[in-house]
Ligand binder design. Sequence first.
Ligand SMILES: [Zn+2]
Length: 295
Amino acid sequence: MQIFSRTLAPVVISLVLFGGVAYARDILTVEVTPSTVEQGGVCLIIASGSKPLKTVHGEFDGAEFPLPLVARDGTFQGLLGIDMNKSPGPHDLRVIGKTTDGELLIQVHRLRVERVAFSTQRLTLPQSMVDLDPETLERVNKESKRMRTLFKGYREERLWRGGFVRPVEGEVTTPFGVRRILNDQPRNPHTGVDLRAMEGTPIRACNDGVVVLVDELFFNGKSVVLDHGFGMYSMYFHLSEARVQEGETVAKGNVIGLAGSTGRASGPHLHWGIRLNGARVDPLSMMELNDYLQE
Ligand SMILES: [Zn+2]
């Protein structure tokens, strides 16, 4: 008898404890749009709790990202960018909400990443245009380091409002994600989308933001980068002219420069790119969320 009471005792205690926590009633509801996403795609994540929430964040493959936006209906929202090189298949998306009384509510969502058959583009250029002299190589390395540092920055406020606008009307000439092989050597993939634009065509800001870079870069030519807040940046390359200055605030649709063919460009066009918490995403897939994004 004595043996039984000793072994049963802890079980009873734990049952009492579980009954007291009311674990079954406090839940986090998570909505993911789209429910299946492609490499280079963007998801809108909306979370709400059965109890008032103080903060919410997500973890995707262990990397944290915020759901900082509190909508009018009290839900917490955030955008998750899927890098173009994210491996296809199911990935764990954990959403963690902290209630106003300090309780943690966790929801795990299996997010399937679909493989995209990015096309391959083979280009042949005179070797002298491909091999960079030491001085140019140093410049290129310095410029790419500056970009990487820029994209690590995080502005704790949302500047973008509602849907995104296309910076220029022109059709897509080179899609996002194209793998490039230059004189039989694999090069960096195409991390943005190329849009047809005549020399001098006005280029517009895709959303509200702050100008964080205006410069002439070796590969990208005259470039403008906007910070839209909460880890989102948009970039506009090969401009003939920039019409904004670093530090300036721009509104969605404002002219930020004119199209051109500066840097390494075969002709006038706009290269438009978006970074979202470090992920290289397709700007056109970002625009597919337009109907869901609140002002
Ligand atoms: Zn491009």
